[in-house]
Design a protein around this ligand. Structure first.
Ligand code: GDD
Ligand code: MN
Length: 366
């Protein structure tokens, strides 16, 4: 028996792509004839049974492998897991919905083989010969805006840093994993900005195809995650992204508190203490749900029981935080007699850190 060396792993992140699975493998088979490759589906437990469809193929074709992640979501993190799960020296990432042009793969491989100093080959829609296909003006504008924003973190002259279609040496990815943010959709940008040395790349043109089966998962949450990922790259080392979100939501909560107080105390003429208690409860509840939906969206509490338990523990944590706030502010005010605003600010910071650390452990920590 002669064994041939495995050359390439094609990583295919999927969520609800059942109908596209067999077609994609057939296309890879065509495009990569004469090559030794494997395909790794990384599926986030799609309700439509994508993983089952992939396993069906894998049973008759050992080149097909399946990673099924349960209780997790995320395109970038799925790609990273797939890229770390192969023995192949080179990995490619391609969408599972046939929008990327698999015929580019052999040329990507050749480019890497021809130049040992080359790290990445990027499929680009914005070099001569490439294109965004049938995108409407709205999506073109949004994509251009996102690309422009990426220039703030990316030092390289990459025409299509938003591309989710690229090939890279596996060892580079493995060495970068600890520094990847792994948030959202933009895995290539994440890799390019994580590397301590500039990665050497070339771009090959392709035309983005129209999706015929299933639907896109790019929505407002994904757009928000993009901004979060950019923040993480720019300031994440100074103020961690979760703490920044938690604090921003806390500031919104303070606004909610004031509005409720105004309504009940000034408009409805409720006693001040009653109005304040109501304002605190409303603000805490508002903060709990917003943090659950955004800050902790990956470990979101669901269902009445979990939510009730989470809400109670969040309120307890915040109550202690409020006592700490008052204590610290009063203590500083007594000892330094300086600017009362500084004392108040110190109390707020201590309470914010307390609330964040304790709630991440007891409310959302599982
Ligand atoms: N495992 C996993 N988990 N896969 C996911 C998830 C997820 O949470 N969300 C999306 N995917 C898979 C989809 O099933 C598809 O195979 C691929 O990731 C791309 O998702 P789409 O929802 O089709 O994204 P798109 O077409 O809007 O965006 C694509 O084009 C961008 C270029 O603007 C993606 O390729 C982006 O990476 C690319 O940057
Ligand atoms: Mn797509």
């Amino acid at each position: 028996m002669t064994l041939a060396l495995l050359e390439l792993a094609v990583i295919i992140p999927t969520f609800n792509e059942r109908a596209n699975v067999p077609t994609l493998i057939a296309k890879l088979d065509q495009a990569l004839q004469g090559r030794n490759w494997e395909a790794i589906f990384v599926d986030d437990d799609s309700p439509d049974g994508t993983a089952d469809a992939a396993r069906e193929l894998a049973r008759v074709d050992p080149r097909v492998r399946v990673i099924q992640r349960i209780g997790r979501r995320g395109l970038s993190s799925a790609c990273i897991e797939g890229m770390c799960a192969t023995a192949a020296p080179v990995v490619a990432v391609i969408d599972g919905d046939l929008q990327h042009d698999e015929q580019l793969l052999p040329r990507m491989l050749e480019a890497l083989a021809a130049d040992a100093s080359l790290d990445v080959v990027v499929g680009s829609r914005f070099v001569e010969g490439g294109g965004t296909g049938e995108w409407d003006r709205d999506r073109v504008a949004k994509s251009a805006f996102a690309t422009r924003l990426s220039r703030r973190v990316l030092k390289a002259e990459l025409s299509d840093p938003m591309s989710g279609f690229f090939m890279i040496r596996a060892e580079i990815v493995r060495s970068l994993v600890p520094t990847l943010s792994a948030i959202g959709f933009k895995i290539l940008l994440d890799i390019m900005t994580a590397s301590p040395r500039p990665l050497k790349f070339v771009e090959l043109p392709y035309v983005f195809r129209t999706r015929t089966q299933g639907e896109s998962k790019l929505d407002h949450v994904v757009a928000m995650e993009y901004l979060i990922a950019l923040y993480d790259r720019m300031f994440g080392k100074v103020v961690p992204v979760r703490f920044a979100m938690f604090s921003a939501i806390g500031a919104l909560g303070a606004g909610v508190h004031l509005v409720v107080l105004e309504l009940l105390f000034r408009w409805a003429a409720a006693p001040f203490v009653t109005a304040t208690i109501a304002a605190v409860l409303v603000a805490m509840t508002f903060n709990f749900f917003l943090n659950n939906a955004l800050t902790y969206r990956e470990q979101r509490l669901k269902g009445a029981r979990e939510l009730l338990g989470g809400w109670v523990s969040f309120c307890v944590v915040c109550a202690v935080g409020a006592v700490a706030n008052v204590g610290v502010a009063a203590f500083l005010h007594n000892v330094q007699h300086g600017d009362w605003r500084l004392s108040a600010l110190a109390g707020i910071v201590v309470a914010a850190v307390w609330n964040f650390v304790l709630s991440s452990r007891f409310t959302w920590g599982r």
